[in-house]
Design a protein around this ligand. Structure first.
Ligand code: FES
Length: 57
């Protein structure tokens, strides 16, 4: 499903970028995927994904 409407980024892309790049810092995830660089509405959700992925470590 579409995750960042501004930049048309899918949730799976964000998750993959976090895992592959070991990105646990929001700006790094935004830079890698483009998500969160527009209106910012999805940023709290990106942080949630980061936190979820961190728990898997
Ligand atoms: Fe992601 Fe606007 S929905 S920046």
């Amino acid at each position: 499903k579409l995750f960042c409407l501004c930049n048309e980024v899918e949730e799976s892309e964000v998750r993959k970028a976090i895992r592959k790049g070991e990105l646990y810092f929001l700006p790094a995830v935004s830079e890698a995927t483009g998500a969160g660089t527009g209106c910012g509405r999805c940023r709290s959700r990106i942080q949630e994904l980061i936190d979820e992925e961190k728990k898997r470590l």
